[in-house]
Design a protein around this ligand. Structure first.
Ligand code: NAP
Length: 293
């Protein structure tokens, strides 16, 4: 028999989580601060709890998905709720930082609860499909227990026992996303400044993404292996990229496009040059971003 699952927070994401769990035939108890926002979920068979304590007492597995960790804490800290936490498996799917995850894990464990910390790498419309990824960190046994339910929400990936790892992966993915998206926004600005047809530019995007995909894999593997010097498998050196940046800056300067983000690239190439590393593999650039040892 499928275990009952309580979901605290039925905003856009929480509602999608409830619906996907119901589709997979889990008994679900839903609670939301604004009850009216949870009530439509009764139509898919969720029971709407009268209080957080009611929801927590109803299930062995409790998923939290609210605005932030502070909101989660304010719900769980309530005396009546904290009294129900012993033995509960809490799965925090609210977005936050690694520090917040570590702190929340310690707090939950001090109240006898088990805590898995997760991040949803998907929009609500993808929940319940294999396109939604959920990264989860924490105790592997707790993950194994929750995995079937988490798999009803998307692809559930255990990213490590350390509490902060799921939020660290989430932050790293956000960095990749914005790096890519700001690149596209600049490409559009450059295209517009030079009168390039945006449909034509859009048609070129797949080939650019193919290059990024190949290089991204190469950067991660080289960094893991510490292979920062250029070798026979190097795809491009720091100098190659630094030179190409000059072409981009020229067009941006000529057309008055705000170079703030691109100036950041120049900052790191400057560090590489000062360190005498222009002849290194491009993967060496990550060494200039790390915190000083
Ligand atoms: P949302 O639609 O704005 O819902 C926010 C939820 O948080 C609502 O249930 C809200 O309750 C509750 N809440 C806010 N402050 C609260 C408080 N002080 N105490 C108790 N409950 C409180 O946001 P969402 O899109 O569902 O996002 C929820 C979480 O999922 C966030 O951490 C977000 O980063 C994450 N996430 C969202 C997406 C996405 O595409 N939407 C993707 C990945 C991750 P009320 O209804 O009473 O206001």
């Amino acid at each position: 028999m499928r275990p009952s699952i309580s979901v605290l927070g039925t905003g856009l994401m929480g509602s999608a989580l409830v619906r996907a769990l119901r589709t997979a035939e889990y008994p679900v108890v839903a609670w939301n601060r604004t009850r009216a926002r949870a009530e439509p979920l009764a139509e898919c068979g969720a029971r709407i709890a009268d209080s957080v304590a009611d929801a927590v007492a109803a299930s062995d597995i409790v998923i939290t998905n609210v605005l932030d960790y502070g909101s989660t804490r304010s719900l769980l800290e309530d005396e009546a709720v904290a009294a129900e936490l012993d033995g509960t498996l809490l799965i925090e799917l609210t977005s936050g930082s690694p520090d917040e995850a570590r702190e929340a894990t310690a707090w939950a464990e001090s109240h006898g609860a088990r805590w898995l910390d997760g991040a949803v790498l998907a929009t609500p419309d993808l929940i319940g499909t294999r396109e939604a990824a959920l990264v989860i960190s924490g105790d592997p046994d707790a993950f194994a227990e929750a995995e079937p339910a988490l798999e009803a929400l998307g692809e559930a990936i255990h990213v490590g026992t350390a509490a902060g790892h799921a939020n660290a992966v989430d932050a790293a993915v956000l960095s990749m996303m914005w790096g890519g998206l700001f690149g596209v926004l600049h490409a559009i600005a450059v295209g517009q400044a030079e009168g390039v047809d945006l449909e034509m530019l859009e048609a070129r995007m797949p080939s650019a993404f193919a290059v990024i995909g190949q290089m991204a894999t190469d950067l991660a593997r080289r960094t893991a292996a510490g292979r920062f010097d250029a070798d026979e498998e190097t795809l491009s050196t720091v100098l190659t990229h630094a030179g190409a940046l000059g072409h981009l800056r020229a067009v941006m300067d000529a057309s008055g496009i705000d170079p703030a983000v691109v100036n950041g690239y120049g900052h790191f190439f400057g560090k590489a040059e000062a360190a005498g590393r222009l002849d290194a593999d491009f993967a060496a650039m990550s060494t200039f971003m790390k915190a000083a040892d």
